[in-house]
Design a binder for this molecule. Structure first.
Ligand SMILES: Cc1cc2nc3c(=O)[nH]c(=O)nc-3n(C[C@H](O)[C@H](O)[C@H](O)COP(=O)(O)OP(=O)(O)OC[C@H]3O[C@@H](n4cnc5c(N)ncnc54)[C@H](O)[C@@H]3O)c2cc1C
Length: 441
């Protein structure tokens, strides 16, 4: 077994009996508890090619892990081969051309850190220990998305290892069908060993504003917040939340606010408009660096907690949807975050991301530690999301907590799913890369 693998493989192989195996098979969501037969810790594109070839020859089920944040832990495969990309974490930035070359296993924090040395950034998610790989391949939202588009909209080129072990440069001119599919279609088409990103001069500053309200006032406040959305500058990502905050004695409250990337004084002008909505019982406004913004939720979203989440896109936010968002009996936290802006500048069908017309994304998530609570926590989260379902236009693949074709129909439009299937058939006809939200060939 090992001899085969040794052909061209220079990384480390870790098996169940080896030290460090349990730490290496663990992912962000502690509910995931699977035992691969072998973990191939790749250090290079050549390692990925060798591991993939070996896995296929040995008939092993194969999973590919970037940052390990998929809620279902899809890459971790019982008795199979886990191709671990954590060693491909190099980030190189050229400030002159405003480009970044990022390893397929890098975490978002590494990209932000390298780019911010020059006051540059590209759209990245809100928790720095999330993987660039899975986030970008599914689309990628973040505080810069309304200004600069999704993370995938900022990819100029991919280095991709295909199911056959070929190494391709994929861009708008080379393999344009794959270039289309990789922008939203997830890890279905191969292993990305390097992303080439466009960066933008965003400066290094940010402002976060939140205004908190008693639940009795929340309905009127949320309607006022919704009515402001069309006039919101692209530097701002408006958000509304319901939750129980310790600083308010743990009682259920609602908040509205926004994240502003850029000059905080400009952001404060929007705050003045927000302050005219209802009677907030408290207000939290912080000026912070862009890097601190990007790490602000790192701790609350820490590893080794049991997790579940559900999400929907909504094209509109009618009063009835606001009522469902605020409905009593929903004990989990939830938020609405505005999309559109530059996300919607890309025409529908131009990439495999199907929900550019969504006004807001609803997400609700639960975190707990006691396994005996799994069922009730998951059920509570599902029930909350079910209340918003009648208003939903679809779901984001990167928050999808179910597998299967029905789920994919909520992620992709029918034409996009048909086209993804065609590309899949061409590049991965035997479905090697199925430990994903799987497009069947
Ligand atoms: C705490 C937290 C915060 C989040 N915040 C955001 C956010 O702000 N914006 C947002 O858009 N999403 C966000 N997400 C969702 C996130 O995009 C997904 O969980 C995504 O799958 C994470 O990618 P990963 O590489 O860490 O995960 P993994 O579990 O490693 O991979 C996810 C999928 O992508 C595949 N994959 C990963 N890397 C590669 C690669 N290089 N080549 C080929 N396939 C690959 C895997 O095989 C798997 O199918 C967040 C998730 C968490 C847990």
């Amino acid at each position: 077994m090992t001899e085969l693998m040794m052909r061209g493989f220079e990384g480390a192989l870790v098996r169940p009996e080896d030290e460090g195996y349990d730490a290496l098979r663990a992912v962000w969501n502690a509910v995931v508890d699977r035992r691969p037969a072998m973990i191939a810790r790749c250090e290079s594109t050549a390692d990925v090619v060798a591991a993939l070839r070996y896995g296929r020859e040995a008939g092993l089920e194969i999973g590919v892990r970037g940052g390990g944040h998929n809620i279902l832990g899809l890459p971790v495969v019982d008795d199979g081969l886990l191709i671990d990309l954590a060693g491909l974490s190099t980030v190189r930035v050229d400030p002159g051309s405003r480009r970044a070359w990022v390893g397929g296993g890098a975490l978002l924090g590494a990209l932000d850190l390298a780019a911010q040395r020059y006051g540059l950034a590209t759209t990245a998610g809100n928790v720095s220990h999330t993987g660039v790989g899975g986030l970008t391949l599914g689309g990628g939202t973040g505080w810069l998305a309304r200004l600069h588009g999704l993370t995938c909209d900022n990819v100029a080129a991919y280095q991709l290892v295909t199911a056959d072990g070929d190494v391709l440069r994929v861009d708008a001119n080379g393999h344009p069908d794959l270039f289309w599919a990789l922008r939203g279609g997830g890890g279905n088409f191969g292993v990305v060993t390097e992303f080439e990103f466009r960066l933008h001069p965003v400066g290094t500053q940010a402002l976060v504003a939140d205004l908190y309200y008693e639940m009795e006032e929340a309905q009127a406040v949320l309607r006022g917040w919704r009515d402001l959305l069309p006039d919101t500058p692209r530097r701002a990502t408006p958000m509304a939340r319901v939750g129980s905050w310790e600083e308010f004695g743990g009682r259920r409250m609602a908040s509205i606010g926004f994240v502003w990337v850029g000059d905080p004084d400009e952001g404060r002008q929007l705050l003045a408009t927000y302050s005219g909505i209802g009677r907030p019982v408290a207000q939290q406004v912080s000026e912070l660096s862009y890097l601190d913004l990007q790490m602000g939720d790192d701790e609350i979203e820490q590893h080794a907690i049991r997790r579940y989440c559900k999400g929907h896109y909504l094209r509109e936010l009618p009063d009835a949807a606001i009522d469902a968002f605020l409905a009593p009996g929903n004990e989990v936290g939830a938020r609405l975050a505005m999309n559109l802006g530059a996300i919607a500048d890309v025409p529908p069908g131009a990439s495999a991301y199907s929900h550019r017309d969504a006004l807001v994304e609803f997400t609700t998530s639960a975190g707990w530690t006691d396994p005996t609570e799994d069922e009730t926590r998951i059920e509570t989260t599902r029930r909350y999301a079910a209340g918003l379902e009648p208003f939903a236009s679809g779901t984001y693949v990167n928050t999808l907590a179910e597998d299967g074709t029905d789920a994919l129909r909520r992620v992709y439009s029918t034409p996009d799913l048909t086209r993804l299937t065609t590309v899949k058939r061409q590049y991965d006809p035997t479905n090697v890369f199925h430990r994903t939200h799987n497009i069947h060939p």
